[in-house]
Design a protein around this ligand. Structure first.
Ligand code: FAS
Ligand code: PHB
Length: 389
């Protein structure tokens, strides 16, 4: 088989890139190691920046998001037993949309299937070759038969544990990383959300987040120890701990219920530089990871894809400048989102070695934040998403 762009990974980055390339008439094939059902079964992000919704619109897959997505004008911050609203829309003129990554992925998958575009699921032993030359190719095994896809370019959209970044010579890549001394225990339940907007909680027992997927499905997170295990957390234990971390009046309004999903995710900040290696281009979690506190992971994957789509479109129209500028342009936005995610994570979580001084610094910064329009505007500008420039 031969194509113009071989995309490794059918998560949101790979699927969105495939959809946008197709809109530009650029042939592409997606190779995914898991089944479609497995990909859809992963419960992840929940908040879309306007730039992400705009890209879904450009891909022609945003109709359901506009129907079912929940526009949010603000977020609440809780600390010291008090709740403070950050009015994102009043401060920036922008809002975010609550619409789960699972639904974004479903919309992209269904559109791709309807368009008859090739996606190879359950591909085994996927490998990328020759991207430092003029004729890269992807090899894989399917139903016991070795396969090969010749391409002009390879897009590595295969996530943090993928094969693409791992295939780059060590001397050609620089990795930057910070691993946090805690994780997030997440719970999904078909209960009405606690509040019509998201609530971020800083508490001496640890961070908590009250999020949602719809008016009838809620998503909650608790900061937990790195060595914690999801088996140790019954639903009742989760709800009781969440109530302990919420202001009493807010906790009294919480609707609890049986969990649909419970899992623990580690938190890390990670960036690989550059994001291009000859004819291999990295996008999304394959190139960077943010702690989910700032709701940037999925949105950064989308902006990478937006830049890469423009680059390929320019290339096939006869200008190489887009491809040459992709890595710097994407990293310019990646590092700003890394900073914001690191800052909000450092502000809202309890660090084992933080001590009383660290706790007082966090308290002072939170008190300043909610008292200063300038400080709230800085948070709001980053939360709704910085412009794609
Ligand atoms: P993905 O990891 O989603 O997709 C990569 C795809 O490549 C996967 O389908 C994988 O199976 C496939 N793949 C891997 N290796 C392969 C190989 N060798 N060959 C072929 N295919 C291969 N972000 C937020 O904004 N908010 C959140 O709350 C949030 N929670 C998260 C919780 C968890 C547990 C994780 C892991 C991430 C979370 N994220 C969150 C970040 C997440 O949403 C990512 O940013 C988003 O999935 C990035 O999309 P992709 O870059 O497509 O990577
Ligand atoms: C989520 O709903 O999964 C979510 C929302 C906001 C965040 C992180 C996760 O900051």
């Amino acid at each position: 088989m031969r194509t113009q762009v071989a995309i490794v990974g059918a998560g949101p980055a790979g699927l969105l890139l495939g959809a946008l390339l197709a809109k530009s008439g650029i042939a592409n094939v997606i190779i995914e190691q898991r089944s479609a059902d497995y990909v859809l079964g992963r419960i992840r992000a929940g908040v879309l920046e306007q730039t992400t919704v705009d890209l879904l619109d450009a891909a022609g897959v945003a109709a359901r998001a506009h129907r079912e997505g929940l526009p949010h004008d603000g977020i609440d911050l809780c600390f010291g037993g008090e709740r403070h609203r950050i009015d994102l829309h009043a401060l920036t003129g922008k809002r975010v949309m609550v619409y789960g990554q699972t639904e974004v992925t479903r919309d992209l998958m269904e559109a791709r299937a309807a368009a008859g575009l090739p996606t190879i699921y359950e591909a085994e032993d996927v490998q990328v070759h020759g991207f430092d030359g003029a004729q890269p190719h992807v090899s894989y095994r399917r139903d016991g038969v070795e396969q090969r896809i010749e391409a002009d370019f390879i897009a590595g959209c295969d996530g943090f544990h993928g094969v693409c970044r791992a295939s780059v010579p060590v001397a050609a890549i620089t990795l930057h990383e910070r691993v946090y001394p805690f994780g997030w225990l997440g719970l999904l339940a078909d209960v009405p959300p606690l509040h019509h907007e998201l609530i971020y909680v800083s508490h001496e027992r640890g961070f908590a987040l009250c999020s949602q997927r719809s008016h009838s499905r809620s998503r909650y997170y608790l900061q937990c120890a790195l060595d914690d295990r999801v088996e140790r957390w019954s639903d009742d234990a989760f709800w009781d701990e969440l109530k302990r971390r919420l202001p009493a009046a807010t906790a009294a309004e919480l609707t609890t219920g049986a969990s649909l999903e419970k899992s623990i995710a580690p938190l890390r900040s990670f960036v690989a530089e550059p994001m291009r290696f000859g004819r291999l281009f990295l996008a999304g979690d394959a190139a960077h990871i943010v702690p989910p506190t700032g709701a940037k992971g999925l949105n950064l994957a989308a902006s990478d894809v937006g830049f890469l789509w423009q680059a390929f479109d320019e290339h096939y129209r006869g200008s190489a400048s887009g491809l040459d500028g992709y890595s710097d342009r994407a990293l310019h936005r990646v590092w700003k989102a890394e900073r914001f995610s690191w800052w909000l994570t450092s502000l809202m979580h309890r660090f084992p070695d933080g001590g009383t001084f660290g706790a007082r610094m966090q308290q002072a910064e939170l008190e300043y934040l909610v008292s200063s329009r300038a400080a709230m505007t800085a948070l709001a500008e980053n939360y709704v998403g910085l412009p794609m420039v």
